[in-house]
Design a binder for this molecule. Structure first.
Ligand SMILES: [Zn+2]
Length: 319
């Protein structure tokens, strides 16, 4: 059963909003685009795991996607997939790498892409070993059952060639292709036959982990050195994605593709929430949505049924 499904993280949504609202000419544009591309690649790698995971019989497995847990010293660690059984916990670290991978045991990984260019990558094995160590400590911190923790590094593409860098140093056996994940889990099931927790214990441990999950609170403007004043303002057209749309009698209009929309401002307000914050005054909304009239803006915000604080003139809406 899936206790926490795979979803795009808030950080990816923030990067998408930032990419939309930072112009091509901004000095940070390439950095933003690269980070977004990198995060989306990781997300697709995790999507590739959902198929083999769906093959597992429901009641015997609790699946938690992207749990992010806090250490006793306040630092967080994140796991791509945590699979919980009565016998063991399995950590999956997915890598959406294509081409040929040369593994030097715990040390470097070299990827050779289509063009033959070599690229050094951080080895995911020590990374997932560290997560295992931190999870073990985390479980004991809360006096939770010490279930054996196992791990796999899962390469998304079955076509990716995995080779040892040196013949005498084999590839770690925990590095597998996603299409073999189901079989490797069956292999573990044959190996681990003594239950550490019962069904109820497994479910309550899973629910506890989900409950302790914390979403990162990232100020992306600060992180990427973008000023609020540098963001592209206005409402984007849901049809052709250009902007700004203009508001006439409560309806948004795109002069470029002649599209009309009643709710196009909602996406812009969602961008405001992701990039600037969830609080907005009438004046700030006017500025961000590029609407001149305070009354029209008030109608938009009232229509959104947002909670608000403060009295009439100094009202702040919570998006
Ligand atoms: Zn349009």
């Amino acid at each position: 059963m899936i206790l926490k499904p795979l979803m795009k993280s808030r950080y990816i949504h923030q990067l998408e909003a930032l990419d939309r609202r930072v112009s091509e000419h901004h000095p940070q544009k390439t950095r933003i685009e690269n980070k977004l591309k990198n995060k989306l690649t990781g997300f697709r790698g995790e999507q590739a795991l959902t198929f083999p995971l769906n093959l597992l019989p429901e009641p015997d497995y609790a699946i938690i996607h992207n749990p992010r847990l806090e250490d006793s010293n306040g630092n967080c660690f994140e796991i791509d997939v945590l699979l919980l059984t009565k016998y063991y916990i399995l950590l999956l670290e997915s890598k959406n790498w294509y081409g040929t991978l040369l593994f030097d045991e715990d040390k470097q990984v070299i990827r050779i892409g289509d063009t033959g260019i070599e690229e050094g990558l951080p080895n995911p094995v020590p990374q997932v070993k560290l997560q295992r160590y931190r999870l073990k400590k985390w479980l004991s911190q809360y006096n939770l059952p010490q279930i054996p923790i196992l791990y796999f590094v899962v390469i998304s593409f079955p076509s990716t060639i995995i080779k040892p860098m040196y013949q005498h140093r084999p590839i770690p056996e925990e590095v597998i292709h996603s299409n073999l994940l189901y079989h490797h889990i069956q292999r573990l099931n044959n190996q681990y036959k003594t239950p550490v927790v019962d069904k109820k214990g497994m479910n309550s441990l899973g629910e506890f982990i989900v409950q302790k999950h914390t979403e990162p609170d990232i100020n992306v403007l600060k992180k990427f050195g973008v000023e609020k004043s540098e963001l592209i303002r206005g409402v984007f057209c849901p049809s052709c994605e250009s902007g700004p749309m203009t508001l006439n009698l409560g309806i948004w209009h795109c002069s470029l593709c002649n599209h009309y929309s009643k709710n196009a401002h909602l996406a812009a307000l969602a961008d405001h929430k992701l990039l600037i914050g969830d609080k907005i005054t009438n004046r700030e909304a006017r500025d961000f949505l590029m609407v001149k009239s305070p009354d029209k803006t008030k109608r938009l915000l009232t229509r959104g049924d947002y909670r608000f604080i403060g009295n009439r003139s100094r009202r702040t809406y919570i998006l």
